[in-house]
Write a protein that binds this ligand. Structure first.
Ligand SMILES: Cc1cc2nc3c(=O)[nH]c(=O)nc-3n(C[C@H](O)[C@H](O)[C@H](O)COP(=O)(O)OP(=O)(O)OC[C@H]3O[C@@H](n4cnc5c(N)ncnc54)[C@H](O)[C@@H]3O)c2cc1C
Length: 408
């Protein structure tokens, strides 16, 4: 396997580095926590900063075609021919320079590409650029009590009255609804049609009268999730993306982008590197943890898994570079990488013992409380974008041709 880049790509890397050296200075790096935001909470849609300096920088990077390469220029994107290797080099170099990269969140990573694929020209003009720059924050209103894995059974409904839809019902687990400007939501508009056909994909202004956002406290101590109630919420008739009743089709596009967002092995690599750094410092009974043979055994098992995930990433990258369809193998990274981060943070918690119970930043466990947060977050991370069992069913049935699950 040859993992080196050709001269054309090394030249491109050089060009990107020069751009970064010129436009993102040491002072910017020192004052911006952007790279850190591209972590667990970033991937779940949290922590988007509306930061003027980051915005200026992103605009320049977009003008060079470095960011949002699949989004047309007329909607504020970088518009470049698909090139998986260039996209990888950009991600690597921006991370190395700790420069603001594409915003990872439900708006920029999921809604914007969905709008470009399925939305109207007006919807794209109105929302895409401000979303890519982090000026419009979105939340995702899919899940309901009783409609998670079985999403098509959702019951929040909209009825057409004149030139407005009137929405009633409830969403749940809505990440970041407390700070979102807008929601993209699946809502039943055709109650007489079969489940999947009766749903429309709405764009809803969160300031509309009748919307009530109630936070749900998580075990991390934060409250990033919410219940969102709709009580006779009136939204304009043109709030639907795609055709009325075809929301299920539109939502497939968003889900594809969500799984790609969560399934990146680089987060597992960073968490693993943090584990090694921690094991080199922490001592138990006068011995460095890294020298304990039992811990070394667990670390090497995890590292083997991590390398497998990274090589699978290269395999997918090669498939994409050849412009071939990766098929369902694209579903594997989400399943694998969330599992991996869980294993890394579980081992970290075992090593830290009662120190692992400290909150991030507490004097007794400086920087090490981060593992307890990662450990707790990853129970949720594995579920967001579709539960692991459902992912396994899809891979088994559609990818491996196994008999279908009993749906009764
Ligand atoms: C961190 C996080 C962020 C989220 N953010 C959002 C958000 O912003 N917006 C939003 O709309 N939703 C969000 N969700 C909700 C998420 O999409 C749902 O939790 C997920 O789809 C699972 O639904 P559920 O919680 O109702 O669990 P259920 O569907 O009740 O599943 C419970 C368990 O049963 C298993 N199960 C269910 N059906 C089957 C089956 N057919 N075969 C085998 N096993 C099965 C599942 O694997 C799971 O283990 C978020 C969830 C988390 C954890």
């Amino acid at each position: 396997m040859n993992l080196s880049y050709s001269k054309e790509y090394e030249d491109f890397r050089h060009e990107v580095r020069s751009f970064l050296d010129e436009n993102w200075t040491d002072a910017d790096r020192a004052s911006a926590p952007e790279a850190d935001l591209q972590t667990v909470r970033g991937a779940m849609g949290g922590g988007i900063r509306k930061d003027q300096r980051a915005t200026e920088f992103r605009k320049k990077a977009i003008a060079r075609g470095y960011l949002y390469r699949r989004i047309p220029r007329r909607f504020g994107g970088g518009e470049q021919p698909p090139d998986a290797l260039k996209a990888t080099i950009l991600a690597e170099e921006f991370r190395r320079a700790k420069a603001p990269f594409e915003i990872m969140g439900q708006g920029a990573s999921m809604l914007a590409p969905t709008l470009v694929e399925k939305g109207s020209e007006e919807q794209c003009q109105k929302y895409v650029e401000s979303t890519l720059l982090g000026h419009t924050a979105w939340c995702q209103g899919y899940s309901e009590p009783g409609a998670g894995s079985d999403l098509a059974s959702l019951r929040t409904s909209a009825v057409l009255e004149g030139d407005h839809w009137v929405i009633n019902g409830q969403k749940i687990w809505t990440s970041n609804a407390q700070e979102a400007d807008m929601m993209f939501a699946l809502i039943r508009t055709e109650p007489d049609k079969p489940q999947h056909d009766g749903i429309s994909y709405f764009l809803i202004d969160m300031k509309t009268e009748g919307i009530d956002v109630r936070p749900l406290r998580q075990m991390t101590g934060e409250a990033d999730f919410n219940e969102v109630f709709f009580d006779n919420v009136r939204v304009p008739v043109d709030s639907i993306v795609g055709e009325r009743g075809e929301g299920w089709l539109v939502s497939r596009s968003t889900l594809k982008h969500e799984r790609a967002l969560i399934g990146n092995a680089s987060l597992a690599r960073r968490t693993f590197d943090g584990l090694i750094a921690m094991a080199q410092v922490i001592e138990v009974r006068g011995e460095k943890v890294i020298d304990d043979p039992v811990i070394r055994d667990r670390i090497s098992t995890i590292e083997a898994d991590l390398l497998a995930a990274e090589y699978n990433g290269y395999r997918l990258l090669t498939t994409r570079a050849k412009k071939a369809d990766a098929g369902l193998s694209g579903l594997v990274p989400k399943l694998h990488s969330t599992n991996l981060v869980y294993k890394v943070s579980k081992l970290a918690m075992d090593i830290l013992n009662d120190r692992g119970l400290c909150a991030p930043g507490e004097a007794i466990a400086p920087d090490m409380g981060g593992f307890s947060t990662a450990y707790m977050w990853y129970w949720g991370m594995a579920l967001g974008g579709g539960a692991p069992n459902i992912q396994r069913n899809i891979i088994g049935e559609r990818g491996l041709g196994l008999p279908r699950d009993d749906r009764n």
